[in-house]
Design a protein around this ligand. Sequence first.
Ligand code: CDP
Length: 235
Amino acid sequence: MSESHIIIAIDGYSSTGKSSFAKRIASAYGLLYLDSGALYRAVTLVAMENGFISDGKLDISLLQPFLGDLNIHFRDNGPEGNQTFIGGRNVEKEIRSMEVSSNVSPVAADRNVRNYVDGILHEMGRQRSVVMDGRDIGTTVFPEADLKIFMTADPSVRAMRRAAELKAKGQECPLEDVLKNLQERDYIDSHREISPLTQAPDAIVLDNSNMTFDDQMQWIAGIMKQKFNLKPLDE
Ligand code: CDP
């Protein structure tokens, strides 16, 4: 990677605030933010709507013919920021629902689905400096990433944050269901055969159980300065 082309990989457990952190880093340092989980969620939505998932199992033979033509992408939607689209349809809200959260991990465990998503991520990472968040960015998608961060936090803190997020979007859900979902996803994501969630040996661990967003930005500012000699754009 050249000095002007930077790839930052943020991986970690469910609901550790990877996306919010990655978004803030992208806007502070002028990088493109890529939410790999949104791509897995969008594929899951397609599979659910077409009846390709039953009893929590994906029938990949039914989904496979659709994958090439799905046209899942991100679009800057003005004040709403980057939104996930399937063709011309904005699915940003639907892909964050608990129904999609309950089905996404088995879908993301499929090799064909992972190849499809990796293709999109590789293409975008080639074009621009990016900060990507997910489960396997620093281990599989961009093992040569310039900076790898592995995020973790206490499960009860994570469940409270995610429940508050859902409530703010009008999708109230009992705390114990949210906790159960994130623990189930952590288990499936960490134990699957292909690209399991695991900490890259060269990743820096960030446990943000007791950190505010501002604490995190201060933490990353030190690393960005030291590693890339970069300051936030507004400094
Ligand atoms: O809800 P949260 O923000 O923690 O998850 P997400 O980043 O939206 O990802 C949703 C799901 O997609 C994860 O639970 C994984 O099963 C899958 N995923 C993956 O397998 N690999 C990635 N690089 C990103 C997400």
